[in-house]
Ligand binder design. Structure first.
Ligand SMILES: *[C@@H]1O[C@H](CO)[C@@H](O)[C@H](O)[C@H]1NC(C)=O
Ligand SMILES: *[C@@H]1O[C@H](CO)[C@@H](O)[C@H](O)[C@H]1NC(C)=O
Ligand SMILES: *[C@@H]1O[C@H](CO)[C@@H](O)[C@H](O)[C@H]1NC(C)=O
Length: 370
């Protein structure tokens, strides 16, 4: 009888290793290195004021009635908040005194995953639905698809929207390649699959304004309407696209090196933008340098589920020039998708919680950082 070249017990123990290597090699998900200039390390961004316990003293709005309310749009005329949930519902929340008195009404179900939400100029509600595209929901609740592709490429993860001058809609498709459910794949692939776009209701034309973005996310039109800010989640920054004036059509950095992954951005009407941060940077910056680690994370996400390392999410406020003013965070909150300041309160959307987190900023302000 021929002798095995490798002793049997050793052979048995290396088979799973060989199988894992082959599985890894054959896997179609194929992350790439980031361009070197995108990886330069910078000093942490200095934020002059902090509240490191965002949850302390916070209240739960609509607890149990909102499934992962992602973005928040406030209608000052009715005093209602609109938010899009994981189960497809666009819900209206009537704020009336204490958190427990807030009334949640399930308004319209898109049949998709409503994310970004904004009030249009004719009383309609515009929704960036991850699965469906850009939607117009009329006052009486009729849904119309405005656009779901540009330059022959279909959107896969329509993410955020805001309304500009002349009712032009500015919005993002985070990825033309990966879905909302599998958005982690886009974050770890290292390829810029995102686009920043506009839709003109008068011509029904969709235009790609900026492409090759690393997870294009939150959108906010500046109060003077000269530029539109959009977040690039994987790069922890927001860019600025000029829509008027001498710089029209050009792009620059609005704020970079954020202390976390930027999701939605909202202007408060009082000189500050509020940016939701899903998690602090921690592990992600390390992963960025190693495509093979990112490949393993992607494969775990696809086949087994990955360990959840997100933590210390929150909201950062920046002024009209993108200079940080305050950072509200908490080690025990992650996947904060948006922050909106209404009156005294900060309202935080979430990718996982069943309510909106509300904090009274006069009572629990950010205080000067040491
Ligand atoms: C609270 O809501 C009720 C009914 O929706 C309304 O009658 C009342 O005026 C509201 N109060 C405030 C302070 O907005
Ligand atoms: C949305 O639909 C309503 C009702 O048809 C219409 O008045 C409004 O102009 C539409 N908005 C956009 C952006 O198409
Ligand atoms: C927020 O806190 C301030 C300061 O403690 C208080 O005066 C105010 O009434 C609070 N606002 C609400 C709506 O509870």
């Amino acid at each position: 009888m021929a002798k095995l070249p490798i002793p049997f017990p050793i052979l048995i123990s290396i088979i799973p290793v060989i199988a894992a290597v082959i599985f890894f090699q054959l896997e179609s998900f194929d992350p790439v290195p980031y361009p070197e200039h995108e990886l330069t390390r910078k000093e942490p961004l200095f934020v002059p004021k902090l509240n490191s316990q965002l949850l302390r003293g916070s209240e739960k709005i609509g607890e149990g009635q909102l499934t992962a309310p992602e973005d928040i749009a406030y209608d000052p005329k009715t005093g209602e908040i609109y938010t899009g949930c994981l189960d497809g519902w666009v819900s209206r929340v009537r704020l009336n005194g204490s958190a427990s008195e807030a009334v949640v009404e399930k308004w319209v179900n898109t049949g998709g995953r409503p994310l970004g939400i904004a009030h249009g100029v004719n009383g309609e509600v515009i929704v960036a639905d991850a699965n469906k595209g850009l939607l117009n929901i009329s006052r009486d609740g009729v849904i119309e698809l405005l656009t779901d592709e540009a330059e022959g490429l279909k959107f896969k993860l329509t993410d955020a929207v805001d309304v500009g001058p002349d009712g032009i809609l500015y919005f993002t498709d985070a990825s033309y390649k990966h879905t909302f459910e599998m958005n982690v794949l886009d974050l770890v692939e290292g390829r810029p699959n995102g686009r920043f776009l506009s839709y003109d209701p008068s011509t029904k034309e969709t235009q790609v304004l900026v492409k090759d973005l690393y997870f294009a996310n939150g959108v906010a039109v500046s109060p003077d309407q000269t530029f539109v800010i959009f977040c690039e989640t994987a790069m922890r920054r927001c860019k600025r696209y000029y829509i008027q004036g001498p710089r029209k059509g050009s792009v620059d950095i609005f704020v970079e090196n954020l202390p976390g992954l930027a999701d939605n951005i909202r202007y408060d009407g009082e000189g500050q933008y509020w940016i939701g941060l899903t998690t602090e940077q921690h592990m992600f910056e390390l992963y960025k340098r190693y495509p093979s680690i990112r490949k393993i994370i992607g494969m775990m996400e696809k086949y087994t589920g990955r360990p959840h390392t997100e933590k210390n999410g929150g909201v950062i406020a920046v002024d009209l020039d993108g200079k940080p003013t305050a950072h509200y965070h908490d080690p025990d909150i992650s996947l904060v998708s948006s922050g909106v300041k209404i009156g005294d309160h900060l309202y935080c959307g979430s990718l996982v919680r069943s309510y909106i987190v509300r904090l009274n900023l006069s009572q629990y302000p950010a205080t000067p950082a040491k």
